[in-house]
Design a protein around this ligand. Structure first.
Ligand code: OFO
Length: 161
């Protein structure tokens, strides 16, 4: 059985992962609407990965005899001024998720909940990977001039990530 503080934080994380899945699906929709089909596919895949993040926490809660509880999910933004703004928002979102995961790890460690501490290590590695992906895309925007040709190339490139 999990301690109450750990349970509460895992519920919050479950909700955040649901928000992430919706955020990236909405970003996929915006990209498709602006004819960036490659990036639209990329964000659809990211949304699917976020669903995997949901199920991992969902399963861990079940395995520890703690019924998962799904709360209300905040609506994601649906309009963005530009593609770089959208990517930057995704990067900032991932940095925020990393902070939440690190906080959770810290709580598990302090409460000597080593099972949860171990469970969270997958998320620590995953956040490292996701931050790196979004930072790499942001850096590509700096390398390729943001004109229509540049955006076309970026759309192609991100589709292959
Ligand atoms: Fe994007 O890692 Fe989950 O939220």
């Amino acid at each position: 059985m999990l301690k109450q503080e750990v349970t509460t934080k895992l519920y919050e994380q479950l909700n955040l992962e649901c928000y992430s899945a919706n955020l990236y699906l909405q970003m996929s929709a915006w990209c498709h609407n602006k004819s960036f089909e490659g990036i639209s596919q990329f964000f659809k895949k990211q949304s699917q990965e976020e669903r995997n993040h949901i199920y991992r926490i969902f399963d861990y809660l079940n395995e520890t005899s703690t019924m998962p509880m799904l709360g209300a999910i905040e609506a994601p933004p649906f309009n963005f001024s530009s593609l770089p703004e959208l990517i930057n928002l995704a990067y900032e979102h991932e940095k925020n998720i990393t902070n939440k995961i690190h906080r959770l790890v810290h709580i598990a460690m302090n409460l000597q909940d080593y099972s949860t501490f171990h469970f969270l290590q997958w998320y620590v590695a995953e956040q490292h990977k996701e931050e790196q992906i979004f930072l790499s895309i942001l850096n590509k925007f700096k390398i390729i001039a943001i004109d229509n040709n540049g955006l076309f190339l970026i759309d192609q490139m991100i589709n292959n990530l």
